[in-house]
Design a protein around this ligand. Structure first.
Ligand code: FAD
Ligand code: FES
Ligand code: FES
Length: 475
C-alpha cells in the first residue's frame, strides 16, 4: 500500500504524495503541481479546456499520443502513465512547438482560455502523423470549444502543421506498471489489480466500491458532483478486459477496451458501427471511455447498446464464486439503468457475430449537434432479405424507452413479408405499439416516434434506393 502516485510528467518522473488518488488530474495540475496552463471550463468533459495528452508506446513500438480530459481522470488512473501538458511542449532549440507557432501566426487565439487545450489536441493529432484531411481535422478538434475566434483560423493552423509528425517531441517510453497497485490517502483507497483473480476478489469483498474503467461516466461524480469515494477499483490493467479478438467471424471486445482502440476493428461490414462511434463524445472521451463502461452505465441513450442489441451480442460476466456466465444482450437490461449484473460480478467482455456479406446492417444516431452530443434517438438494424422477403430482422432503438430496446412487434410484422415501401410504411406506423417514449428536453414523445419511423424509412431507402438517399455528413 502506498500514498505515492508515480508517473512521467512532461518527460520527467514525478511522485505525487499526500493527495487523494480520487483527486482529478486537473485539480492536481492546477493545485499542487502549479501547472496552470491546463484550464478548467466545464469540469464535465465537454469543453476541452483541460485537454492533456497521454503518451505511450504500442507493443510494436509505435508512438501513441491520446488527448484526454484531465477533469475526468482520477490521479490513481495516472499511476504508471506518461502525461504531457502544455508546459511540456517545445520545438527545436527551445522554440515554441510548431503547433503553437501555427496557432499564433494564424490568429487562432484571442482571449486564449481555450488555447492550451486546443494546442494539446493539435499536438496529439500531429504527433499521431495523421494527414490534413478536413474530416480528420474536424474530428480531432470536435472536443474543444472556443468562444472567441471562430474555428476557421484554428482549423487552418492545424492543417498547416498536420503531417509533420517528425517536428513533434518524441514521447518517452512510459514506465509500465506491473503487478497490483494499492494507492491510499485520506478517505480513499484506490486499487489497481493486474489480474482477473485480484479484480474478482476485490469485487467479492467490496461490492460497494466504485468499479472504474475510463471514468467518463463515474469521473463526473468527482469532477462535477465533488463526491469522495471511499474505495475505487480500477479495472483497466486486467489483461482479459483488454482483449480484442476477431476470430471465426466473431468479434470479442474486452470490457476495458476504449473506443479509440476499438475503432480500427469497426471497418468493413461493421463500418456503420464505426461511423457511430466516431460521433460518440469526442476524441478525448473516446480515448478514455470503454464499451464495458457503456454497458455498465446501462443508460437508455448509451450509444453502443442498441447496436449490440441489433447484433445479438452476448455479455460475458464473471465472479469469483460462480466463474463466467454468458448473458444474451436481450436479457441484460432489466429496467432504467438496471441490469442482471450481480454485486460480486464484473463485465468481462462482449462478443457478437460480424454481419455477413449480404446482410443489411445500419446505425443512425440523431442528436441536436453532430459532434459531442448525446443521442435523442439511435436506431440500429440487422436484416437479411432473400428473394425480396425479410428472412431475419432485429431492430433496436435507444431513447425510446427506459432501456435500450428492440421493436419486437414491428420485427414480427416485418418477418416473412415482402421488402417493399408499403411494408416499411406499415412497420413505421406500428412503432407506437412497441414504444411509449418519454418527453424530455432532448425531444418529445411524438418527436421521437416520428424520428424512429423516419429512420425505418431511411433504412429501406438506403438498402433499396441508395441513389435517392442524401447523407447529412456528406453535405
Ligand atoms: C463529454 C461526454 C460525452 C459523452 N458522450 C457520449 C455519447 O455520445 N454516447 C454515449 O453513449 N455515451 C457518452 N458519454 C458517456 C460515456 O463516455 C460512456 O458511457 C462510456 O462508454 C463510459 O465508459 P467508461 O469506461 O468511461 O465508464 P466508467 O465511467 O469508468 O464506468 C461507467 C459505469 O460502468 C461500470 N463499469 C465499468 N467497467 C465495468 C466492468 N468491467 N464491469 C462492470 N461494471 C463496469 C462502472 O462501475 C460505472 O457504473 C459521454 C460522456 C461525457 C463525459
Ligand atoms: S474542464 Fe471542460 S472538458 Fe474538462
Ligand atoms: S480564444 Fe477565447 S475561448 Fe478560445
Amino acid at each position: 500500500m502506498s500514498d505515492t502516485i508515480a508517473f512521467t510528467l512532461n518527460d520527467r518522473p514525478v511522485e505525487a504524495t499526500g493527495i487523494s488518488p480520487a483527486m482529478t488530474l486537473l485539480d492536481w495540475l492546477r493545485g499542487p503541481a502549479r501547472l496552470t496552463g491546463t484550464k478548467e471550463g466545464c469540469a464535465e468533459g465537454d469543453c476541452g479546456a483541460c485537454t492533456v495528452v497521454f503518451e505511450r508506446l504500442s507493443s510494436s513500438g509505435a508512438r501513441i499520443c491520446e488527448p484526454v480530459n484531465a477533469c475526468l481522470v482520477m490521479m490513481g488512473q495516472v499511476h504508471g502513465c506518461a502525461v504531457r501538458t502544455v508546459e511540456g511542449l517545445r520545438g527545436r532549440d527551445g522554440a515554441p512547438h510548431p503547433v503553437q507557432i501555427a496557432l499564433a501566426e494564424g490568429d487562432g487565439t484571442q482571449c486564449g482560455y481555450c488555447t492550451p487545450g486546443i494546442v494539446m489536441s493539435m499536438y496529439a493529432f500531429v504527433a499521431g502523423g495523421e494527414p490534413p484531411e478536413p474530416t480528420l481535422l474536424h474530428d480531432a478538434l470536435a472536443g474543444n470549444l472556443c468562444r472567441c475566434t471562430g474555428y476557421r483560423p484554428i482549423v487552418d493552423a492545424m492543417a498547416r502543421v498536420a503531417g509533420h509528425a517528425a517536428d513533434a517531441a518524441p514521447p518517452p517510453a512510459a514506465g509500465s506498471v506491473t503487478g497490483n497497485a494499492v494507492l491510499m490517502h485520506g478517505a480513499t483507497r484506490f486499487d489497481v489489480p493486474a489480474t482477473m483473480a485480484g479484480l474478482l476478489a476485490l469485487r467479492r469483498d467490496h461490492p460497494d466500491a466504485w468499479l472504474l474503467a475510463g471514468g467518463t461516466d463515474l469521473g463526473l461524480l468527482v469532477s462535477h458532483d465533488r463526491q469522495i469515494p471511499a474505495r475505487v477499483v480500477h479495472v483497466a490493467r486486467v489483461p482479459e478486459l483488454q482483449a480484442l479478438v476477431l476470430e471465426h467471424g466473431r468479434l470479442r471486445i474486452g470490457a476495458a477496451v476504449t473506443y479509440a482502440r476499438l475503432l480500427p476493428f469497426l471497418e468493413g461490414p461493421l463500418a456503420p458501427f464505426g461511423a457511430m462511434v466516431r460521433r460518440l463524445g469526442s476524441r478525448q472521451i473516446r480515448a478514455l471511455g470503454t464499451i464495458g463502461g457503456n454497458i455498465g452505465t446501462a443508460s437508455p441513450i448509451g450509444d453502443t447498446l442498441p447496436v449490440l442489441l441489433a447484433l445479438d451480442a452476448s455479455v460475458r460476466l464473471r465472479s469469483a464464486a460462480r466463474g463466467a456466465r454468458l448473458v444474451g444482450i436481450d436479457d441484460f437490461f432489466t429496467g432504467y439503468r438496471k441490469t442482471v449484473l450481480a454485486p460480486d460480478e464484473i463485465i468481462e467482455a462482449v462478443d457478437f457475430e460480424v454481419p455477413l456479406h449480404g446482410d443489411i446492417f445500419q446505425v443512425d444516431k440523431v442528436s441536436k449537434r453532430r459532434d459531442q452530443d448525446i443521442s435523442t434517438v439511435l436506431g440500429a438494424y440487422l436484416l437479411r432479405v432473400e428473394g425480396g422477403i425479410v428472412r431475419t430482422v432485429r431492430l433496436a432503438f435507444g431513447g425510446m424507452a427506459a432501456t435500450p430496446a428492440r421493436a419486437l412487434r414491428v420485427e414480427t410484422a416485418l418477418l416473412g413479408q415482402a421488402w417493399t415501401e408499403a411494408t416499411i410504411e406499415r412497420a413505421a406506423a406500428m412503432l407506437g405499439e412497441d414504444f411509449q417514449p418519454l418527453d424530455d428536453w432532448r425531444g418529445s414523445a411524438a418527436f421521437r416516434l416520428t424520428v424512429a419511423g423516419n429512420l425505418l424509412r431511411r433504412l429501406y431507402m438506403r438498402a433499396s434506393r441508395p441513389d435517392l438517399v442524401v447523407e447529412i455528413d456528406q453535405l
